[in-house]
Design a protein around this ligand. Sequence first.
Ligand code: TYD
Ligand code: MG
Length: 457
Amino acid sequence: LAKSKSAYFCQSCGYESAKWLGRCPSCNQWNTFVEEVVEKSAAKVPSWKSDSGTSRASKPTRVDNIQSISEERVLSGDQELDRVLGGGIVAGSVILIGGEPGIGKSTLMLQLALNIPGKKILYISGEESEQQIKMRAERITNSPKAECYILTETSTQNIFKQIESLEPDMIIVDSIQTLHSAHIESTPGSVSQIRECTAELLKFAKETDTPVFLIGHITKDGTIAGPKILEHMVDTVLQFEGDRHHVYRILRSIKNRFGAAAELGIYAMHGNGLRQVSNPSEILLSQRDEELSGIAISATLEGARPMLIETQALVSAAAYGTPQRSSNGFDTKRMNMLLAVLEKRCGFRLSTRDVFLNIAGGIKVEDPAIDLAILVAIISSHEDIFISSKICFAAEVGLSGEIRAVNRIEQRISEAEKLGFERIFISNYNLKGLVRDKFKIEITAVSKIEDVFSLLF
Ligand code: TYD
Ligand code: MG
């Protein structure tokens, strides 16, 4: 019996090694190596038009002799998704949608499959039965605009056979972890299977100019391999995130060969599918009449989209020896840094206090311009002084307490003005080139954290 060739793969990042290792040298995770068979099986099974004989080697072409074609884009009918993709779905592109289980990836994709007008779409599912998908489809819509076909199949060879006879305009795979190719002997979901199946789908997409959507799971501890190695192979990586217990979901582009990365789409999960949220600021500001301390509003920008978001802080005496620090929607390390700035620069004694932070709506914010609002919310709670709900903030805070400039300040100011804010705090360094007279909102420029406090408290 011939011994089959195998290798060890890190299930977290896809690192390949000839022998078992306790710790992955690439991603530093422990105990992630699993043996997988890598030898292609002897029996020749056709994959997508497997290159048999006739394939010609490609030759170098001078760049000015290459015909340029304008990217062909299909509008999906979902404005949030179109924007995140950079203006529609590019022909022949492979798009990976990652996200934790239960966040709504299948719902988003099925909704897309049902709603593109006049297109033939193949939804391949290895996770649910036809009946389950039908039930979901009925929840979402009762008048599908697209010609949508469901295929419950996991073998790529069988899938390509069906594709050849159906000739769909677009393909959705739910999920890449369930597929397996007969070329590789290891189990579905293993690194080598995922890599092979993706490579086959990639080849198909490029040769036929058919867009392919892949759903990929990630778990909190990253035990399932996939998205990490997949990210390098595909054209676009979108992340679907949010708090499962909240209604809001964010679709974020992490990588995009055909548009700007860090673009954002917002949805609300309802009983009948996901609904687009076109005016996020209105929902992210809680309606409050009372004067509550610990709240400050930030004019943030996610992708190219301005949003006013409420930040909430609670500072209280630590009941036990070690004070608790926890934050929702904001990097905890960065929060600790901001607290250290407050101690050192402004003399606030926070080391004996619990600090809790929350960003309204279960949204994760990466824009550094939220720093100032967070600091103000912390002090507002600490001193129990209320900040007017007509004031907002847009500035980054540096290690020495300096207030730093942020990008696209005009866009932030006009959004704040549009939403009825009366005053915005920005950095002094943002004043250069800013036409202040254009705005009716009062613009307060500050350069040090102390200035902010003397103006507000
Ligand atoms: P699902 O798309 O199955 O998540 P994923 O594919 O990412 O694992 O959806 C998960 C949740 O969404 C599930 O708990 C049910 C809920 N849901 C709604 O609230 N409304 C709906 O219309 C649908 C279809 C699902
Ligand atoms: Mg699913």
